[in-house]
Ligand binder design. Structure first.
Ligand code: ADP
Ligand code: GLC
Length: 483
């Protein structure tokens, strides 16, 4: 099949969250199944031209946006597995420090920027005469593309179907209706049951209406978004498309996240020698974060965006009791909300030698944290899939999570009688539940080391590769094409 991915983030070029991991790893897995895959993303200023061997291949390409002519350049790099990646250079929109916002806030022209990305992506493949069977788009940023296809804006794409993956219903792309003529959304398509929302435009809602197939990134989240809370209000539209909506679990890129070959960790290890391997990595991690270098203390970590979704408030409200009542250490890596940044940034001062934090984004640090920790905390309020709990299990670091979305689907609850499971799950959204579950993990660490070993072994042996999910996507593409 000819498959085109259009996304606002793709690893390693541009990443702020798991979308980038998926938009990189799924094309790879599909190419390994024998498909012809092309990927398109914006050329942000942070993308290093030489590092990725980019080449200008289509200068001065034109696309019409309403009454405007927009001229852009297309750059290309070839990835292994025969994947072509194309970068849309349009400085007016993408030569900026952030992807969606900077320190002054959200970019005010985001609606224009990503409407343009959708049209520019279509123009790019048309000009190179690549006719996709399926265009796979992601989140609100590329949600207009299914509309353009469905409305037959260009007969070149008459045989092309679209699949929209919903990675996060918390971000819907709601903007003023000023963008309508530029985005070429016709008046008669601007209705409450399509794009319109309280007088503005809801891009994700339009994508849900017009895409041929809808997916989300775990089966549990696919159920959760059928209700008003999980869907952030879009449940009527999702339920209307119920027959075309499914949940397919993300995988992980095991060439990047693999403790036996990871070059970013001090000591490589496998399921056969994890005791020694993890102990060495733990020591290095404790040293890096100025913690007491003691292998006998359970070490908990968190990595992620400091956003409400991630449930860090529960950790903020329980950490003092945890540190008072339990013998353990904590490491926190992330950035986002300023209140949380201040709180977790200052925590190491209050608990010197016991708590470490790094406020920022660091891929190498994320790897050593996964390798050196005993437990990984994800108290998410909601979590469409979540990747870190899978990285953690692959690295023998047992997740402590709230049982929501993909966290519910990818972790087997610890069974204290049998000593089985791969992590610790709680349901109730409260600091006390997190405190109790951390306590459960701490007691398991000290009192039931044989269970710990069983669980680490089971977690490391699980198959998180993309192969199975890529096959499920292919089945879905086939259904879409037959539609
Ligand atoms: P989300 O997409 O909601 O942010 P995921 O768990 O799907 O959550 O993916 C998050 C990805 O971003 C993971 O690959 C994680 O390691 C990475 N990540 C998030 N914050 C940081 C950070 N501060 N430093 C390094 N990696 C980070
Ligand atoms: C979103 C979700 C996360 C998911 C990721 C990739 O950002 O918050 O749970 O893993 O997309 O699908």
């Amino acid at each position: 099949m000819n498959i085109l991915f259009v996304a606002s983030e793709v690893e390693p070029y541009a990443k702020s969250g798991g979308l980038a991991d998926v938009a990189a790893a799924l094309p790879k897995a599909l190419a390994e199944l024998g498909h012809n895959v092309k990927v398109i993303l914006p050329l942000y200023s942070s993308i290093k031209y030489d590092k990725y061997n980019l080449k200008l291949i289509m200068p001065q390409t034109c696309v019409h946006m309403g009454t405007c002519e927009e001229w852009f350049n297309v750059h290309h790099t070839a990835e292994p597995h025969g994947i072509d990646v194309y970068f849309i250079e349009f400085n007016k929109y993408f030569a900026r420090t952030g992807y969606y916002h900077d320190s002054a806030g959200e970019y005010r022209d985001n609606a224009f920027r990503f409407a343009f990305l959708c049209r520019a992506a279509m123009q790019t493949v048309k000009d190179m005469d690549f006719k996709p069977d399926v265009v796979h788009v992601h989140d609100w940023q590329t949600s207009l593309l299914p509309y353009y296809l469905k409305k037959g804006y260009d007969s070149f794409f008459s045989g092309t179907k679209s699949v929209l993956t919903l990675h996060n219903m918390g971000y819907q792309g709601i903007f003023s209706s000023d963008v309508l003529s530029y985005a070429m959304v016709r008046d008669y398509d601007f209705k409450p049951d399509t794009f319109e929302a309280y007088g503005g435009i809801n891009m994700l809602k339009g994508g849900i209406v017009y895409a041929d197939k809808l997916t989300t990134v775990s089966p549990t989240y696919a159920e959760e978004i059928r209700g008003p809370i999980g869907s952030n209000g879009l449940d009527p539209y999702l339920n209307r498309r119920g027959a075309d909506l499914s949940g397919i679990l993300n995988g992980i890129d095991t060439t990047i996240w693999n403790p036996s070959s990871d070059r970013l960790i001090p000591t490589n290890y496998t399921v056969k020698n994890f005791t020694d391997g993890k102990r060495r990595n733990k020591k290095a991690l404790q040293q890096q974060f100025l913690l007491e270098t003691n292998p006998e203390l359970p070490l908990f970590s968190f990595i992620g965006r400091f956003a409400e979704q991630k449930g860090l408030n529960l950790l903020m409200d329980s950490i003092d009791s945890v540190m008072n009542d339990m013998d353990c250490q904590f490491i926190i890596l992330g950035s986002g909300d300023t209140v949380l940044e201040r709180f977790f940034g200052e925590l190491p001062k209050r608990y010197a030698g016991r708590v470490g934090s790094f406020i920022g984004y660091s891929e190498p640090t994320a790897h050593i944290i996964e390798a050196g920790s005993d437990f990984f905390i994800m108290p998410s309020l909601y979590e469409p899939c979540g990747l870190n709990q899978m990285y953690s299990q692959a690295y023998g670091t047992l997740p402590v999570v709230r049982a929501t979305g993909g966290l519910a689907d990818t972790i087997e609850q610890y069974d204290e009688k049998r000593g089985t499971g791969t992590g610790f799950k709680f349901d109730y959204m409260a600091a006390r539940s997190l405190y109790d579950t951390i306590g459960w993990a701490v007691s398991t660490f000290f009192d039931r080391p044989a269970h710990m070993n069983n669980m680490i072994t089971a977690a490391m042996k699980k198959d998180y590769s993309w192969k199975r999910s890529a096959q499920l996507y292919y089945e879905l593409y086939k259904e879409a094409v037959g539609k």
